[in-house]
Design a protein around this ligand. Structure first.
Ligand code: UDP
Length: 235
């Protein structure tokens, strides 16, 4: 196994599956099975989940809502997704804990770094909900922050494209995929890996990022083993 401790970032949008909104039960189940596979192989797994399938702060702002208020709604959306993922994981027999960046003691543990690490050591999957707990940030930044805090070996960004391309492959058919990239190259080429706040945090802490297609069953296990899947960004 190439990576012992991983931080998996799942976007909220990916949870929609074929739907236009909300949570697809089938997609959740597939993710749960993929995660179970790597846990059984002995990997320690932390997960940050987005909320874009339910609400984004910028979406509220575009409708005239206060941005901070909208971001609070977005952060709560990540908790809804976190609860859904937790129950899908439990259904397939994976032990989990949900920790929240925002206090909601009846629903989730508060985020406590040492406790999170202890859960990981015991083989429990820790889902980090509520983003960073602050408005104006994204869950990519939350994922990077948690990855650095728990001393993860890598951040695995599960998306619907299979890596980083020279251009958007859904729009430009001549786009080609990179197998590896350095942080500097990503920056110089202006490639869209994560938002710049998240990317900078990763770069400054020398935390490798793998962007890969999470919607193909078995890919997560392959990435964790170190197979050449997706695009690896490192120093
Ligand atoms: N959000 C926030 N602070 C954070 C993380 C998220 O305010 O630290 C809010 C923000 O409004 C964001 C929403 O939660 O739009 C959902 O997160 P994100 O857009 O990152 O989800 P994804 O794109 O991964 O589905």
């Amino acid at each position: 196994m190439k990576y012992q401790r991983i931080l998996l970032k799942l976007s909220g949008e990916a949870l929609m599956g074929e739907q236009q909104y909300g949570i697809s039960g089938d997609r959740l189940k597939e993710y749960a099975l993929d995660i179970k596979e790597v846990v059984e192989a002995g990997a320690q797994v932390g997960i940050v989940i987005g909320g874009g399938n339910i609400f984004r702060g910028v979406q509220g702002a575009s409708q005239g809502m206060d941005r901070v208020q909208g971001d609070h709604m977005g952060m709560l959306a990540t908790m809804i997704n976190g609860l859904a993922l937790q129950s899908a994981l439990e259904e397939v027999g994976v032990y989990t804990r949900l920790q929240s960046a925002i206090k909601m003691d009846q629903i989730a543990e508060p985020f406590i770094r040492r406790r999170a690490v202890r859960h990981l050591e015991k083989g429990r999957v820790v889902i980090f909900g509520g983003g960073t707990g602050n408005p104006y940030f994204t869950t990519d930044t939350a994922a990077t922050l948690r990855a650095v805090e728990i001393d993860a070996d890598v951040i695995l960004k599960g998306t619907r494209v299979d890596g980083i391309y020279t251009a958007d492959p859904e729009k430009d058919s001549t786009a080609t995929k990179f197998d590896t990239l350095s942080f500097d190259e990503v920056y110089k080429r202006g490639l869209n890996v994560m938002d710049l706040t998240a990317f900078t945090l990763s770069r400054e802490n020398n935390l490798p990022i793998v962007v890969f297609d999470m919607n193909t069953r078995g890919n997560l296990a392959k990435v964790v083993k170190g197979e050449n899947i997706g695009t690896l960004v490192e120093k």
